[in-house]
Design a protein around this ligand. Structure first.
Ligand SMILES: [Zn+2]
Ligand SMILES: [Zn+2]
Length: 131
């Protein structure tokens, strides 16, 4: 079964013809805003294995310096993926359907987490980036 994902309103759907890899959660202040949550939760995909199934015209992008950016649904605001030079290389785990075969391996930038967040015991965490 291929991995699929979709935004909150369901207009935008995608498929990953491969595995999700290297899932991370970043607790820095920028990710809190970009992902509307206490942290990001994203996994890497092979850009060539990522395919939009529907709603691609509903996508809007925020691209920063160096060609890295995020893509959102215009209608519902879900943050679907991270792009580099227009190619998807990470998906947001919250928009992935079902139970993909992956766990968050590393919690990074825990040193700058929000004061209201409690990090669960036992997770692999780094004050800044991974070593
Ligand atoms: Zn949507
Ligand atoms: Zn971050």
């Amino acid at each position: 079964m291929p991995i699929t994902g979709e935004c909150f309103c369901g207009d935008i759907k995608y498929q990953v013809n491969g595995k999700l890899r290297d899932a991370k959660s970043c607790h820095c202040s920028r990710c809190r805003k970009a992902f509307n949550a206490q942290a990001s939760a994203s996994a890497f995909v092979e850009p060539d294995e990522f395919v939009w199934l529907s709603g691609e015209s509903q996508l809007t992008s925020f691209v920063g310096k160096h060609g890295y950016g995020l893509q959102f649904c215009k209608k519902c605001g879900s943050t679907l993926c991270t792009i580099h030079n227009g190619k998807v290389f990470q998906v947001t785990l919250g928009c992935v359907n079902g139970s993909p075969d992956i766990k968050i391996g590393q919690h990074i930038f825990v040193g700058s987490k929000a004061p209201w967040e409690i990090i669960p015991k036992g997770v692999i965490q780094f004050k800044e980036g991974p070593k």
